[in-house]
Structures are given as structure tokens and as C-alpha cells.
Design a protein around this ligand. Structure first.
Ligand SMILES: [Zn+2]
Length: 307
């Protein structure tokens, strides 16, 4: 069996956790309240979609990007829950999130790297670190975990191409030179952000650790970094008040394509790492808890933008 035809493991997940292509198709077709567009095509030939919600003309715009990494399904699921909130006021499990107000404008790319999603399991909830080691950086032909690196990866040398990469092996989230965007995924998202100029863009990631906010800072001027710090401090303050444990540190990173949302769209780039629900991690959370912290962070940013 070739790497291309190998199917990833599927585990039973709740309805409010869309992380497979059959569900994406269903939810995109049902999103008649948004403008759905095909903004690009991945290295592996898969469509990259955007959903645009028009709120009030005088209100700011919040950008949401999910699925940069294939082994991180929570952000994709969270984006589709926001789409549901914009339609009915309720997420896919029926809970309301009043701060995610339809008065704001939203530009959403729920699945930026569909190639990677296609080769990864639909959830890591209830698995152990040992079970998921081969999915981020990938598994070599010798059956070893590929050593972590910021470089691209040669797919022909991999038994499992990791969730970090598109089908061409581009390490999409490490493209930091705006003059040299190598992958069609990053080119598509940057041109989308340049068209819509969202005020803030939240990019979803996930890891086997506490919820964490990150400020991507390469090519981001100091006054915008101050704004990033204020926004993240606001999230941590509210998390503490609502008894949601977050990593107390807000690291800065200079090696993420995420920061280019500022370069291309003037947007304040913010990154959220949600827990994956891995058993031997500080957050062996359920699907519901994971979606809820993602929507909590969206609520904080929406409230901040609504003023
Ligand atoms: Zn990630």
C-alpha cells in the first residue's frame, strides 16, 4: 500500500467534532448564511475554502484559521462551531456564546492544510503520547519518528508524512519570508488576508500540554506586539476568573508564517495552542472541554473587538 492510499485511524467522535472530509462537505454545503469560496488548492490537489460572514459595516473583522497542522483537529472543529454560532446563535452541541456576536465580521479558513488533515486521525482524545508520536513530524521508512526540524521534508523518505507538512513536504508554518512563499496553502491564506484585512487573526493549533497563547513576532512592529500582549493578557485574566487553567507564560515566536498576517493584511496575529486531550498530558480533556476553550478564546477576542 502506498503512503497516499493509506487511511488514517478513525475513532468515534461526537457530532460537534467535525474533523473528516464527509463532515466538512456537509457543513460547507449547509453554510448558506456565509459566503463560501474556494481560495486555493493544496499541493495534493485539495480545495481550500473560506467562509465570510458580513456583520455590521462599521464593526471590525475577526479572522480565524484552523487546520494549519493535520494532527491538530480541534481548531478545524472549532471553526465549524463558530460557523454554527453565526447561523443559529448556538455551537454544534447547542450551547450559546453571546460574545461571538453576529454584528462583527468574520473571515474563516477552517482547514488551511487539507493534505495533512487527510492523512491524520480525526482525534487524539483519550490516546497516549506514545500513540501519537509519529504524527507530528512523521515516521521514517525505518519506522522511527522523524527528528523534529524547521526544514521541509522529502515525502518519498517517509512511511507517514507528518501533520506539519503538505503533500509536497512543505513545512507550511515555517514560511516566514513574504517574498518567498513556497506552498500554495500559505500563498492562498496570505492573499485571502490581504483581501479582507481582518483586524485580528487567531490561528488554531493544538498540543499535549496546557492551553497556551503565543505571540508571533517576526516582521511585527513594536506597537502591534504591544497589542498582542494586551490581547493575550486579557485572555489569561478572564481564564483565571473563569477557573480555566492556562499556561501563565505567553511565549513569542519569530519563526511562524502566522506573523505574516500582519505583513499582508495589517492584522494582529495571535496563536492559540489548545490541548489535544492526550491522556498522559496535563490536560486529558474531553472533546467538549477542548471545543469550549477554543470558543472561549474566540469569545475573548470577539468581545475585545466589539469594544
Ligand atoms: Zn500546530
Amino acid at each position: 500500500m502506498t503512503a497516499q492510499s493509506r487511511r488514517p485511524p478513525r475513532i468515534d467522535t461526537p457530532e460537534f467534532w467535525p474533523a473528516t472530509f464527509d463532515r466538512f462537505d456537509e457543513l460547507l454545503i449547509g453554510a448558506y448564511h456565509c459566503t463560501v469560496e474556494h481560495i486555493g488548492t493544496s499541493a495534493g490537489g485539495r480545495a481550500i475554502h473560506s467562509l465570510t460572514w458580513r456583520g455590521r459595516d462599521d464593526m471590525p473583522t475577526l479572522g480565524l484559521v484552523g487546520g494549519m497542522h493535520g494532527h491538530e483537529p480541534p481548531g478545524v472543529a472549532a471553526c465549524f462551531n463558530v460557523v454554527s454560532i453565526l447561523r443559529s446563535g448556538r455551537d454544534l452541541k447547542g450551547e450559546s456564546w453571546p460574545e461571538i456576536t453576529p454584528e462583527l465580521n468574520y473571515v474563516i479558513v477552517p482547514l488551511l492544510n487539507p493534505d495533512a488533515r487527510a492523512r491524520m486521525p480525526n482525534s487524539f482524545v483519550g490516546l497516549a503520547k506514545q500513540d501519537i508520536l509519529h504524527y507530528d513530524s512523521g515516521m521514517t521508512l525505518e519506522g522511527e519518528r522523524r527528528e523534529w526540524s524547521d526544514e521541509d521534508c522529502d515525502p518519498s523518505q517517509m512511511m507517514i508524512l507528518g501533520g506539519l507538512f503538505n503533500d509536497a513536504g512543505n513545512h507550511v508554518n515555517r514560511e516566514t519570508d513574504p517574498e518567498n512563499l513556497r506552498s500554495p496553502e500559505i500563498a492562498a491564506i496570505m492573499s485571502f488576508v490581504a483581501d479582507h484585512k481582518p483586524d485580528v487573526v487567531l490561528e488554531f493549533h493544538a498540543h499535549a500540554a496546557l492551553p497556551m497563547m503565543i505571540c508571533p513576532t517576526n516582521l511585527v512592529p513594536e506597537e502591534v506586539q504591544t497589542r498582542q500582549e494586551q490581547i493575550c493578557a486579557g485572555v489569561l485574566e478572564r481564564a483565571q476568573a473563569e477557573d480555566i487553567t492556562f499556561n501563565e507564560k505567553v511565549p513569542k515566536s519569530e519563526k511562524l508564517s502566522t506573523s505574516l498576517y500582519y505583513h499582508f493584511g495589517g492584522s494582529v496575529p495571535i496563536l492559540y495552542e489548545s490541548p489535544q486531550g492526550v491522556l498522559d498530558s496535563p490536560c486529558p480533556w474531553t472533546h467538549e472541554q477542548i471545543i469550549d476553550t477554543c470558543l472561549f478564546v474566540v469569545s475573548c477576542l470577539a468581545a475585545e473587538l466589539s469594544g
